[in-house]
Each structure stands twice: as structure tokens, then as C-alpha cells.
Design a protein around this ligand. Structure first.
Ligand SMILES: Cc1cc2nc3c(=O)[nH]c(=O)nc-3n(C[C@H](O)[C@H](O)[C@H](O)COP(=O)(O)OP(=O)(O)OC[C@H]3O[C@@H](n4cnc5c(N)ncnc54)[C@H](O)[C@@H]3O)c2cc1C
Length: 382
């Protein structure tokens, strides 16, 4: 069973494939003291079919060999681009799938501003999935839901972190011609519990519940992005990424999931059809595509990815780039972040200290990214 076969807890990246595949609902995801979800088996219901272990992308790792092509891309729709984290390419692809009668899965906020995967079938509410949410997204039942749509013949676009895409592929167990998968270049995912504490901290400070949150506002440009909270009492909090308390903790790597420090899904051989990322370093590679409103780095990883790209390319400005050059400025594509020796102390004190004191205690020395940025513009800021 998954709880016995997974050698170490820190190997689990919380993809939910084991929970989704369990025929008796005996495998469920439970939150640990750090706020991350891990599988737990109820042996009074378990029929010992071992599907939970057989589906795990860590226990059964797939090697993929593809020859990705990289592009620099900018969505022609400036409004969508400004509302997106990088060049707004996710929305362009998602709209194409919806136009063909398809359904799009991705990370959204629920009413409590927790991050979870959900699906969208109309362009009107695509905004829910737009924008990076720097919290581990809960997959929930979405693999099962995607499979139902696929079996009914609908086109499905499933987006997520590379480990979530690996979980989906293992869960499905077979390929579908009506499935498209997009992964992002992922720095690592922070604890939902640390995020919840931060939302409470901001709401207390504002004296009002939040009504809207965005991690990547471009008011001061794409590279110097800001975190925004709008509150129900019509007050607003807008802070630069380097000063926002939550972003400081994220960038210092003190609250990431343990598996993110030795991620098994890094590299250029990806399981998705298309990979999306920020094109950090664009000013050095293609200065004409650097207007500080957001430029996406896109990898085409498969034939299905090429088909999707050909369908949307008229809606964007794009240029092919050397993939090795591009990832020089985006180390998260190929390597995991270093383990911060203060991480475990930060996590064990998160329930005892107010959020500002917690971050100021553990994240005071300059971020690695800040030091780097003084040398070569701002690269690798997530
Ligand atoms: C946790 C995290 C870490 C990242 N780290 C890097 C990095 O190190 N380097 C880099 O270049 N890019 C990173 N990105 C990706 C980048 O921020 C953009 O999401 C990406 O460039 C797509 O931008 P876009 O403008 O095309 O679309 P957007 O509309 O901005 O992106 C929306 C897409 O992001 C997905 N998404 C949002 N939040 C999550 C989440 N919590 N979990 C899974 N999927 C999510 C949505 O499902 C949707 O597919 C990261 C994103 C996240 C969520």
C-alpha cells in the first residue's frame, strides 16, 4: 500500500493520484502539521489491490525523452496579458480549447482563498484559473473528473505543476487524443497553512475579510510585480514582491513542501505537451520582446503540443529561442531549490509567532534572488 511502499514521507509530492484511484475510498489525503496533504490508508476498508502504490509517480517513475522547442511568446490581447503572470499564453490556449467545446482544469481560489484545482467550461469565468497562486493547489477529485470528460469525448486541457501532470498521467494509465496537458516551470509550492495564516494576518490588519487577492499585479511592471489584497471594507493592500511578507518567505524557501527540495520532475524532458514559464532574461536574449508587461517562455514537448501551438499562434507574437540559453535565466526549469537550513524552525514556529515576527525572524538576510538581481537585471524572481 502507498503508505508502506513510499520509502520516505518527504518523497510524496501530494498529487492525489492514489486517492483518486482507490476503488474503496480507503486512501484519503490528510493534512499534516505543516499544512501539506499526504495519503493515509484506512485498513478497515482497504481490499489490498495496491492500486494506490502502482499509480504513484514517485514509486513508478516514467522516463520521457522529447526534443522540446522553445519560444518567446506574448499574447496579442494586452488586457489579458496584463492580468496574467507572464505573457498570458495560458488564457490563449484555454480559450482555444473552450471554443472547441472543451473543458479546462487549473488552480483557482475557493471562497476562503484556499487554492484548489477546479474546471471551467466558459470563457466568462476563465479568470478564476488565470494568474499564478503561490500555494500548493489541492487536486481533490479533479483527475477523476478529467477522466469522465475524456471518456465522454470532450477535449480536456489539464494544467498544473509538473508533479501534478505526472500524477494525472499515471492515474489515466493510457493516452487520450482529446487530452492536452500544460505544466509550468515550478520553483516549488508553499504550505497552504502558511498561506492561510498570511491571509488571516492581512485581514486582521485591514479589519475586514478579503474579497480579491492577486499574487502578480503588474502596476510597477512585470519584473517588479506586486501582491494585491482588496478587502470588503474597500481598503487595499499592494506591496512589491521583495517587501511582501509572504513572498519573502516563499523566495527564501522556508515554507515549501519537503519534496520540492529534491523535485523529481525537473529537466527538459517533461511529461506535458506544453510547458509555460516567465521568460526571465528576455532582456538579454530578445530585447525587442521585453516591454516589462510580461513575456512567456513556452516549450513544445509533444506532437499534441505542436498542434495546440499551431492553433493559437495567430493570437500572439512569438519567436523561437535556444532552449539552453533560455533556461540559463530560469534555473527552476532544471534544478530544485536549495534546502534552507532555517526551514524547519520557520515551520515549527508558524503557529506561535505573528506572521510579521515569524518572517522577520527567519527571512531577514537578503534573498538569493535580490543579490542576484543587482548583477544581471532581475532574473529568476519566480
Ligand atoms: C507555485 C508556482 C511556482 C512557479 N515558479 C516559476 C519559476 O520558478 N519560474 C518561472 O518561469 N515560472 C514559474 N511559475 C509559472 C509562472 O508564474 C506562470 O504561471 C506561467 O508563466 C504562466 O503564465 P501565463 O501568463 O501564461 O498564465 P497565467 O494565467 O498567469 O497562469 C495560469 C496558469 O497557472 C496555473 N497555476 C496557477 N497557480 C497554480 C498552482 N498553485 N499550482 C498549479 N498550477 C497553478 C493555472 O492552473 C494556469 O494553468 C510558477 C507558478 C507557480 C504557480
Amino acid at each position: 500500500m502507498i503508505d508502506k511502499e513510499l520509502k520516505e514521507k518527504k518523497d510524496c509530492m501530494g498529487c492525489h493520484a492514489c486517492e483518486n484511484i482507490c476503488p474503496t475510498n480507503s486512501t484519503s489525503m490528510e493534512t499534516d502539521e505543516e499544512g501539506f496533504l499526504y495519503p493515509s490508508v484506512d485498513y478497515s476498508l482497504c481490499i489490498k489491490c495496491n492500486k494506490c502504490a502502482n499509480v504513484c509517480p514517485i514509486i513508478n517513475r516514467k522516463q520521457v525523452f522529447n526534443d522540446p522547442i522553445a519560444y518567446s511568446c506574448i499574447n496579442n490581447d494586452e488586457k489579458i496579458r496584463l492580468d496574467s503572470s507572464s505573457g498570458g499564453i495560458f488564457t490563449l490556449i484555454a480559450e482555444q480549447v473552450i471554443d472547441q467545446g472543451g473543458v479546462v482544469f487549473g488552480a483557482s481560489f475557493n471562497n476562503e482563498f484556499e487554492v484548489e484545482h477546479s474546471f471551467v467550461e466558459t470563457k466568462r469565468i476563465l479568470w478564476k484559473l488565470r494568474g499564478s497562486k503561490y500555494v500548493q493547489s489541492k487536486i481533490g477529485d479533479s483527475y477523476k473528473q478529467a477522466k469522465e470528460f475524456l471518456q465522454s469525448g470532450r477535449e480536456v486541457l489539464f494544467t498544473g505543476t509538473p508533479c501534478q501532470i505526472a500524477g494525472l498521467k499515471n492515474f489515466l494509465g493510457e493516452s487520450y487524443t482529446n487530452l492536452f496537458m500544460i505544466d509550468i516551470i515550478c520553483h516549488g509550492v508553499p504550505s497552504p497553512d502558511v498561506w492561510r495564516k498570511y491571509v488571516k494576518f492581512r485581514e486582521k490588519f485591514a479589519g475586514s475579510p478579503a474579497k480579491r487577492i492577486a499574487f502578480r499585479r503588474k502596476d510597477d511592471g512585470w519584473k517588479q510585480y506586486s501582491v494585491l489584497f482588496l478587502f470588503k471594507n474597500n481598503t487595499e493592500y499592494l506591496q512589491n514582491l521583495r517587501k511582501d511578507l509572504y513572498m519573502r518567505a516563499f523566495l527564501k524557501d522556508v515554507c515549501l513542501r519537503p519534496s520540492c527540495y529534491h523535485c523529481k520532475f525537473k529537466g527538459l524532458n517533461r511529461q506535458s505537451d506544453i510547458t509555460l514559464a516567465d521568460f526571465w532574461g528576455i532582456q538579454n536574449i530578445l530585447p525587442e520582446m521585453n516591454d516589462d508587461k510580461g513575456t512567456s517562455l513556452l516549450f513544445i514537448n509533444s506532437k499534441a503540443g505542436q498542434v495546440l501551438f499551431d492553433e493559437i499562434k495567430d493570437g500572439m507574437m512569438y519567436q523561437e529561442v535556444d532552449i539552453q540559453e533560455a533556461v540559463k535565466y530560469n534555473s527552476a526549469a532544471i534544478k530544485s531549490v536549495h534546502f534552507n537550513p532555517k526551514r524547519d524552525a520557520f515551520m515549527s514556529e508558524k503557529d506561535n509567532l505573528p506572521f510579521d515576527k515569524l518572517v522577520n525572524k527567519y527571512c531577514t538576510d537578503p534573498c538569493r534572488q535580490v543579490v542576484k538581481s543587482t548583477f544581471k537585471d532581475i532574473s529568476d524572481v519566480i
